[in-house]
Design a protein around this ligand. Sequence first.
Ligand code: ADP
Ligand code: MG
Length: 377
Amino acid sequence: MAQRVAVSEAPAGSRRTSRVRVAVRLRPYMDTQDDKGEGPCVRGLGPQKLEIINWRNATETLQYQFDVFHGEETTQQEVFLTSVKPILPHILNGQNASVFAYGPTGAGKTHTMFGSQEEPGVIPRAVREVFNLVGAQEKSQDGWEYSVGMSYLEIYNEKVLDLLSPGSQDLPIREDKDRNILIPGLTHTPLSSFADFDTHFIPASLNRTTASTKLNQRSSRSHAILLIKVVKSRCGPPHRQQTGKLYLVDLAGSEDNRRTGNQGIRLKESGAINLSLFTLSKVVDALNTGAGGRVPYRDSKLTRLLQDSLGGSAHSVMITNIAPDYRYYFDTFSALNFAAKSKQIVNRPFVKETVLAPTIAHGKRSREEREAGGSVE
Ligand code: ADP
Ligand code: MG
């Protein structure tokens, strides 16, 4: 199903570059402003595909294919198990990984990454799992000692700010002789357990710079980046050491700010946010098309920071969050075009079917449709 490149299995010395795995998550329809009764404009078509109405011609839909499609009924646990858990063991082997939530404001990035007390997202689940994996290794007495630590930062207006040290200045991003990316001066907090993580992470999350836009009161204009580092050290001589890094990133909204009424300072922020997101899209594109050209990591702070954990020998997953409501249409459309492996125009009226079989609006398909369309989730 997935087209992951198992870099660990590549021949020694090979410079094979791994793809960024792309998942799309559709949040449930919840448009309270939908007085026209339009219903959703996007729906799932199975474990890898979805379709959206073609605005140029409403008798057609556009069908997109990804590595994974998470439909609106997908639970937090399912997203974690499918898209994130499989990459975590690599962190204990000195490899790097990154997980991003991409998409317009209001589409579910923060829900996916942070979640809530009742429905924890990728971040708490991944950190818990890292401690489980470390615990299991220690129990097996594999000859290594493990230590886990965290850093937490945001990129706001192309400035790198330490969320564990509020009020700190813009921090520099450097590369060492082994091509590891590091941020001198960034707080690194050792963690002894998941509970320990929570006590540092929750108050630090409140330090995030947020500002409201017309689209969403709780909209975030910054990229929030959590780094979990696992250092393993050989118990006896020779004293070898390996470091694995896991980046968990809640990206700023990908919406087109010309439509959110942003002005002045907000518009300046939008420009900077767009630089990082625009560069990220170019980097992902360069990695996934494997054109062999230059990957423009250095063109923004976000991609520069992630250079050693995105592509190369790293394991990366991008979860593109989208909303099915019409008012998100163009932002959804541009997010899908960024995320898609393939796109196809299909002659098949979307709106009419929604009217004839209202259950479709809730992610279920009629029997005729299932029979005609093959397997569904
Ligand atoms: P973003 O971070 O992309 O701006 P949020 O995560 O804040 O979006 O989501 C916007 C709203 O939608 C929130 O109230 C959130 O709880 C809700 N939401 C998002 N995704 C889901 C989902 N899969 N299931 C239920 N509610 C969701
Ligand atoms: Mg958010």
